[in-house]
Design a protein around this ligand. Sequence first.
Ligand code: SAM
Length: 262
Amino acid sequence: MVDVPALLVGTPFLTDIKPHHRRRMIKAAIKQLPEEIRDEVFSLSRTAGEYEIDSIMGANANSVVLGDEEIHVGLFVKAARINHSCRPNAYYRFSERRLTIEIVSYHAIEAGEEIVMSYVPLAIKHDERRRYLKDNWGIDCKCSLCQASEFDIKESETSRNRINELRDTILDARKERFFQDAINIAEDWLMISEWERVAPLTPEYHDILAELYFLKGDMVNATRYGRMSLDGWVRFGSVDDEQLEKARVFLRDLRLVGKKRR
Ligand SMILES: C[S@@+](CC[C@H](N)C(=O)[O-])C[C@H]1O[C@@H](n2cnc3c(N)ncnc32)[C@H](O)[C@@H]1O
């Protein structure tokens, strides 16, 4: 799903302008929107009156980075309807070139399945995630994971810790030039990640394997995984996706190395 911002506001405007001026100016901007979008924006509010604008922006806006790391707050009315889950099936990313937000699913979404994304970095622990959601969004998270049994929550924490440990072990093995060990560990890393339904995205995993096979001197598998990675990033595709470009460059460099060897 691709969504365009109804509003895009620089953070200095939110922090430096007196609240009543800020609210007045944002309200004036909303009123200039086409009627259909304006109605959708106002329907995001849970209060009326003076704090209506705070309620709309506070519970629905997304942070996006523009230019030289300049943080803006964007109000995307379709994306604003997506709830948080600690076990998401989608994530959002911002395309600076198109000024759009893209909601990308991690895997095929079943008919009737709710699309959910994480408002919090997933690498942090369950309690920290809940605290972050409470402090920053005022949410007592009711996602499927937070409502699962204590046993399931613990099991999920153990899997996520294991995923982080395995990732570090892969990097250590690569540094020590134990490339085959790193490749074997990467398989476990993907298996547990798929089970837990968290990152790595499949092309991320293919990137790592392509590089490890390249370092091992196995050009056939390096190319194979390099192609899978490129294919994956094209499917996840975005016009300004750095990873897609990296996968292209990797394959181009592999071809150059191959030519030199011949
Ligand atoms: C960006 S909106 C999401 C869409 C909203 N539920 C709607 O119907 O328009 C964020 C608000 O949704 C609710 N919400 C989203 N995810 C939640 C979750 N995991 N647990 C409880 N409330 C959640 C909270 O009220 C939060 O302020």
